[in-house]
Design a protein around this ligand. Structure first.
Ligand code: NAI
Length: 340
């Protein structure tokens, strides 16, 4: 079985890290045929559109994409490629696993978290008004169906991957209607399943204090949109930052896998960017294909690539952002030579 996947190299360091992922996938014999499509500044320069209709159509056709970082031009009225993709493809769940990496020294050595973020509403609905001069508002939107959908999805994910606990972070003591609905639906979804997975609700301020004191206390963190955005970057800081943080945006039909970092224009073209975050997103993508298309080969290749980059890191083969001396291509080679 060969899976066609849309590859969006993106801007800045995007094409370099995408090339590295392609090389490692090829060396590992991944059953993936990439079809390249543009998005971001490079697409705007070439086609006049930040997110060309042909790129969207390709994702709708093949249902899975691996996306490099895209520059959003500032002050030109364009909405970001990421926001547009989430809206157009109804990618309602943002998933970000955060785990310690071998050989990457950080403050904690027992971090193994997954942040699930509701991706479609909350304050990101973009409903802002000027009531009168000097008074503006931003509307936080919560719908029962979206709150229930993300809770059900998180429970499915937790059960499939044998997680032990879901913690919902909220501020329902203040936002009684919106966050109130978010926790009510999560609680009801959990109760309806009679699941073995433990469930807790924490007011986000106290919850974050506990999180930074002892991240090992937590497993899956379920958040509405804004909290999820903030909490996932905070958690990335536990394990070494943006260079080692993969992500996925998942909908009922389509899924887009992407590194969390941006296009890092100041280091673009220098062969020093860390390709690991996009590679880890690629491994998430292989696991998603293994599950949704029932293809054990994808799971096997994912496991071999993970073992190879873990081994490279354990041997001190890291790029400059992790304190090492590898170039992008040297790190890529280090992973390829460790593929079993
Ligand atoms: P950034 O993530 O590009 O850079 C932040 C810092 O991290 C910089 O010092 C950069 O050199 C470093 N960095 C990031 N990724 C790295 C990697 N793989 N290896 C080594 N170092 C790395 O964030 P910034 O500067 O805020 O944004 C730059 C551009 O990226 C903007 O145009 C922004 O809109 C876009 N962006 C795109 C995202 C996406 O497409 N998912 C996400 C975030 C920003």
């Amino acid at each position: 079985m060969l899976h066609t996947v849309v590859l969006i190299p993106g801007d800045g360091i995007g094409p370099e890290v995408a090339d590295a992922v392609r090389a490692i996938f090829e060396a590992a014999g991944a059953p993936i045929a990439f079809v390249e499509h543009p998005a971001g500044q490079s697409a705007l320069d070439r086609t006049g559109e930040l997110l060309p209709e042909t790129t969207l159509a390709a994702i709708r056709e093949h249902h899975v994409a691996l996306k490099g970082p895209c520059t959003t031009p500032i002050g030109t009225g364009f909405r970001s490629v990421n926001v547009a993709l989430r809206k157009e493809l109804k990618l309602f769940a943002a998933v970000r696993p955060v785990r310690n990496m071998p050989g990457v020294r950080t403050r904690f050595d027992d971090v193994d978290l997954v942040i699930v973020r509701e991706n479609t509403e909350g304050l990101y609905s973009g409903v802002e008004n000027e009531i009168t001069e000097g008074v503006v508002t931003s509307m936080k939107v919560a719908t029962q169906s979206a709150c229930r959908r993300i809770a059900e999805w998180t429970l499915d994910y937790a059960e499939k991957r044998a997680h032990r606990k879901i913690t919902v972070l909220h501020k329902a003591n203040i936002m009684k209607l919106t966050d109130g609905m978010f926790i009510r639906e999560a609680r009801a979804a959990h109760e309806a399943r009679n699941s073995d997975i433990a469930y807790e609700e924490l007011i986000i301020d106290a919850g974050l204090m506990r999180l930074v004191q002892n991240p090992a206390d937590f497993d899956i963190l379920l958040c509405e949109n804004l909290y999820g955005d903030l909490v996932s970057d905070l958690c990335a800081g536990f394990v070494g930052g943006l260079g080692v943080t993969p992500g996925a945006n998942i909908g009922a039909v389509d899924a887009v896998f992407e590194a969390v970092h941006g296009s890092a224009p100041t280091i673009a073209g220098k062969n020093i960017a860390n390709p690991l975050a996009l590679l880890m997103s690629g491994v998430m993508m292989l696991n998603h294909l293994a599950e949704t298309r029932d293809d054990p080969k994808c799971a096997n290749v994912a496991q071999r690539i993970k073992a190879a980059y873990d081994a490279a890191l354990s041997d001190g083969q890291t790029t400059a952002d992790l304190g090492g001396g590898c170039s992008t291509s040297k790190f890529t080679e280090a992973v390829v030579t460790r593929l079993a």
